[in-house]
Design a protein around this ligand. Structure first.
Ligand code: ASP
Length: 322
């Protein structure tokens, strides 16, 4: 079942990205998350591993799945969870990211979960605060918990990640989901193809160990997994595609393009979906092939696993180092 034995645990204080993580560390988080999937399907979903701890969720960018699942994850582990509504906070009054972080830090949280529009902002913040920090998405850079939940979804369906052929399709250029997934899947021995128009595939992406396709029909040929991405309009200045209609024709996943993948290929999407732009409703809702809802379920378990793993490095509640 596991790609690699995971005796080492998760030795880091923060989770800032997938880059730099070793296969046993990734496998350890996935194993831990697997156990939380089962727990979340029980009537009693509560554990006390973070009892007495304070988790602050600080989201400078919009979020539905990630923020709710981090909130749920913290509460299921017994933490006191606070959601900072940035729109109503002093950030709107001109306070900088670091001043906000220092203010929160003075309240002695144990874990900060941060999403920010600038690549690298979460790492910068982690250097200034005294608590554990989880990156919930920084600009077009990394979204580590998304890649972990995608990996868990694939591993539970297929039993392993190594050897799986995964096509990541669409706006690769602006996607932190693509970047974290490429790194994780390569680290765990999967084969990654990226598919998108030349304007939306970064020039140096091959250096990350992927093959590039601009023709979706060729790129999808024989793949095990089709991962669709949303056009990140909010990160674009100007237009990268001639029209949404043409984009759908060339790069939208519909039944006819899907037929080129393996007959049992799984369809994934991190959400939010733009139906009729990158994906057709018929394939998004195909109960035999689409695992999009499953990804959401895995998201809660993965976030519990990450909080649990980081919680193990926090000082003991009675004052002694753990
Ligand atoms: N929810 C994912 C993210 O935050 C994907 C997306 O927004 O398209 O990156």
């Amino acid at each position: 079942m596991n790609d690699t034995a995971s005796p080492a645990g998760y030795p880091h204080r923060h989770l800032l990205g997938i880059e730099g993580l070793h296969p046993p560390e990734i496998a350890y988080l996935l194993d831990l998350a697997d156990a939380y999937v089962e727990q979340n399907r029980q009537i009693d979903k509560k554990r006390a591993v973070l009892r007495g701890r304070t988790q602050v969720n600080l989201f400078f960018e919009a979020s539905t799945r990630t923020s709710t699942s981090f909130e749920l994850a913290g509460k299921r582990l017994g933490a006191d969870v606070i959601n900072m509504a940035v729109a109503r906070s002093s950030v709107q009054k001109g306070e900088t990211l670091l001043d906000t972080a220092m203010t929160l830090n003075a309240m002695h949280p144990d874990v900060l979960v941060v999403r920010h529009g600038d690549s690298g902002a979460v790492q910068l913040l982690s250097q200034k605060v005294g608590c554990a920090v989880i990156n919930a998405g920084d600009g077009a850079h990394e979204h580590p918990t998304q890649a972990l939940l995608d990996a868990l979804t694939i591993r539970r369906r297929r039993g392993h990640l190594d050897g799986q052929v995964v096509a990541i399709c669409g706006d690769i250029l602006h996607s932190r989901v693509a970047r974290s997934n490429i790194i994780l899947l390569n680290t765990m021995g999967a084969e990654v193809r990226v598919i998108g128009p030349p304007t939306l595939v970064p020039a140096a992406v091959e250096a990350l160990g992927v093959t590039v396709h601009h023709d979706m029909r060729k790129g999808l040929n024989g793949v095990d997994i089709v991962m669709m991405l949303r056009l990140q309009i909010e990160r674009m200045q100007g237009s990268y595609v001639p029209s949404l209609r043409e984009y759908f024709q060339l790069y939208g996943l519909d039944q006819s393009k899907l037929e080129l993948a393996k007959p049992d290929a799984l369809i994934m999407h991190p959400g939010p979906m733009n139906r009729g732009v990158e994906i057709d409703s018929l394939v998004a809702d195909d109960i035999n092939r689409s695992v999009i809802r499953e990804q959401v379920e895995m998201g809660v378990a993965v976030r519990m696993a990450c909080l649990d793993a980081l919680g193990r490095h926090l000082p003991n509640l009675n004052g002694a180092a753990s």
